[in-house]
Design a protein around this ligand. Structure first.
Ligand code: SAM
Length: 305
C-alpha cells in the first residue's frame, strides 16, 4: 500500500494496489475527460470505481443521474460524506463484475459509462458493458495506453488482435488522448490513454454472423501471431486449398496476416470460405452428406460451420 495525500481534503488515504487504485485529481484533465463524454442534464452515467470521488464530483454536476460502483469499503464513508446529499447520486458498494447490471439499466437507453477503471480487470469490464449494449450507448474509459492502442487499432496494424475484434464487432473504438503516468497518485508503471467506445446501434456485424461463429474462426486465424492466416488455419486442420481460394477471391495474398482484416473483411472471409467449400466439392448446403464424402474434413471445420 502506498500513502496517498489527498490534496483537496485533510484525509490521508492508503491506496490499495489490489484494487488498482491510482487516483486522478488534476482538474484540467478531469474537465477534458468530461468534455469528451459530451454529457447533458439528460444523461445517465455509470462510474466504475469512483475512488476518492474527484471525477465523480464533476459527473454529479454534469449529468442527470450517476450510479457509482466502488468495491473498497474504506472509501464508502468518504464518498457518502462528500456526495450523500445529492439526489442524483447512487453509490453501490459492490464488485462491479459480480453485480447484476440489469437492476440499474433495465428499460433504459443511451446510458454512458465514464470511468478511470482498475486496469487489472479492463477486459472483463468492457465485455460486461458490451453485453448491455442495448442500454449503454457510449463507454469512456481510462485504460493502459497499450490496451487503448489495441482496442482502437485499425486493420494492417500490429496492434490488431482478438481484443480489437472483441470490441469492434460491437462498437467503434477511438483513442482520444494519452495521459502520462505522472498524472496519477500513486504513480503507476505505465502510461494511460482515454478511450471512447461507441456501440454500433445497427448491430451491423452481429446481423450477418453469430458472435460464436465469428470468434471461433477468429481464434483460429490468430492462433499464432507470427504466422499468416493461411498457416494458422492450416495448422488447425482447415483446408489449405479453400483458404487460398478464399483469399484469392478477396484479392488478398496467401501470406496475408490476420492483422490485415477489418471486422467486415473477416466476416467476408468466413462467408467466402463457406461458399468456397461448396464450390470446391460441388455440394449444396447439405452438411451431413458433405461430411459423409469428405475424409479430410477436420473436426474443427465441422465445428466451425
Ligand atoms: N475514479 C478514481 C480516480 O480517478 O481517482 C479512482 C480510480 S482507481 C484507478 C480504480 C477504482 O476502482 C478504485 O477506487 C478501486 O477501489 C475501484 N475498484 C477496483 N476494483 C473494483 C471492482 N471490481 N468493482 C468496483 N470498483 C472497483
Amino acid at each position: 500500500m502506498s500513502k496517498f495525500i489527498n490534496k483537496s481534503e485533510e484525509t490521508n488515504y492508503n491506496a490499495k494496489k489490489k484494487y488498482g487504485q491510482n487516483f486522478l485529481e488534476d482538474n484540467n484533465l478531469l474537465l477534458e475527460i468530461i468534455e469528451s463524454a459530451s454529457l447533458t442534464d439528460e444523461t445517465e452515467v455509470i462510474e466504475i470505481g469512483p475512488g476518492l470521488g474527484f471525477l465523480t464530483d464533476i459527473l454529479i454536476k454534469k449529468s442527470k443521474k450517476i450510479t457509482a460502483f466502488e468495491i473498497d469499503k474504506g472509501l464508502i464513508p468518504i464518498l457518502t460524506k462528500k456526495f450523500g446529499d445529492n439526489d442524483n447520486f447512487e453509490l453501490i458498494n459492490e464488485d462491479f463484475l459480480a453485480y447484476d447490471l440489469n437492476k440499474i439499466v433495465e428499460g433504459k437507453k443511451n446510458i454512458k459509462v465514464v470511468a478511470n477503471i482498475p486496469y487489472y480487470i479492463t477486459s472483463p469490464i468492457i465485455s460486461r458493458l458490451l453485453e448491455f449494449r442495448s442500454n449503454i450507448s457510449e463507454i469512456y474509459l481510462m485504460v493502459q495506453k497499450e490496451v487503448a492502442e489495441r482496442i482502437a487499432s485499425k486493420p494492417n496494424s500490429k496492434n490488431m488482435s482478438i481484443l480489437t475484434h472483441s470490441v469492434q464487432f460491437f462498437a467503434e473504438a477511438e483513442y482520444l488522448f494519452t495521459v502520462k503516468k505522472e498524472m496519477f497518485t500513486p504513480v503507476p508503471k505505465v502510461d494511460s490513454a482515454f478511450l471512447k467506445i461507441k456501440v454500433l446501434n445497427d448491430d451491423k456485424y452481429i446481423s450477418q454472423i453469430t458472435e460464436e461463429k465469428y470468434f471461433k474462426y477468429l481464434k483460429a486465424a490468430f492462433s499464432n501471431k507470427r504466422k499468416s492466416i493461411t498457416n494458422n488455419m492450416l495448422s488447425l486442420g482447415y483446408s489449405k486449398e479453400k483458404v487460398a481460394n478464399t483469399l484469392e477471391i478477396m484479392g488478398k495474398q496467401r501470406l496475408t496476416r490476420t492483422e490485415e482484416f477489418s471486422v467486415q473483411e473477416f466476416i467476408n472471409f468466413i462467408e467466402f470460405y463457406k461458399q468456397n467449400k461448396k464450390k470446391v466439392f460441388g455440394f449444396n448446403s447439405n452438411i451431413d452428406s458433405f461430411f459423409a464424402f469428405s475424409d479430410t474434413y477436420s473436426v474443427l471445420e465441422q465445428d466451425a460451420i
